[in-house]
Write a protein of this length. Sequence first.
Length: 343
Amino acid sequence: MKTEAGLLSVFTNAPSLLQPFIGYLADRVSLRWLVILAPAVTALTMSLLGISSSYAIAALLLILAGISSAGIHAVGPVIAGRLSANRLGMGMSFWMVGGELGRTVGPLIIVTAVRYLKPESTPWLAVAGILTSLVLLIYLHNTPDRIIDKSPNVDWRAALKSMRRVLLPVTGIILTRAFAFVSVSTFLPTFMTEQGADLVLAGGSLSVMEAAGVAGAFLGGVISDRLGRRPVLAAALVSSSLFLFAFINLHGWILIAILLGLGFSLLSTAPVIMAAVQESFPENRALANGIYMAVSFLSSSVVTVLVGGIGDLFNLRTAYAVSAVLIMLGLPFVFLLPKTNGK
């Protein structure tokens, strides 16, 4: 069932509730070890899914992976932001590019592993994550603590109150965008197979979209440093809606171009939002980033179940059409954000 498949995402994303707490600590003490260890822990737990013997064990592995992911997503962007100095949009773009490259290559690796490897061989895929942690250990072990914000001991309730003016409209943008993002990032291979595509082509379609997303993730933050956060976000939401409508109504080779445009526009929003959140609260960057990431992860979890439910009740084409409409509802929230060009 699509609903059960969507529910698996909840197990991964539920630990994101910890991210505001992790961020609050990271504003005061160095938590770089969460970043260093995260690739190894996540790779081990995810690669063991191939040999899990039940749905419950798979859920447990996903929860452990989610805890590891919560740590790196709460602390990692703040490290990248501090190192990027006054080019925060570019710093967030580099952070997003790394993640999107993983999303681009990941489907091809997983689909190939499922087709050609025995289930008991999938844990070998964890080697890449372990090596990544070793590289991070070398480069981050002696990194000065100043890359983590050392803010005063401000009461967290007062900090949260001051963040409402930015985080409330950000939440609106995240929720409306999540429908379109989840529809293609989680259910695109399923949609393609329902349309008659084979498994490799279905996985490849996601990689095509994510490849364009890499460019969008990089250029979105860079352009917003020059033009401002709000114009870039507004353009990305409108174009994402149009591309999604085109995807479900057109056929043939034109779909490749549509997937490229959809990936570029959808993924260009993330570094812009992250930059807007961090630059609005320089003394509590990690806390603000942790709240943003928690809202983002939880929104994706809830929306994944909803999109899967719509797919079960009707079909994924209907879910895509609903998502294309909902993303436009995020436009009013864009203009509630502070007007800034990142300087």
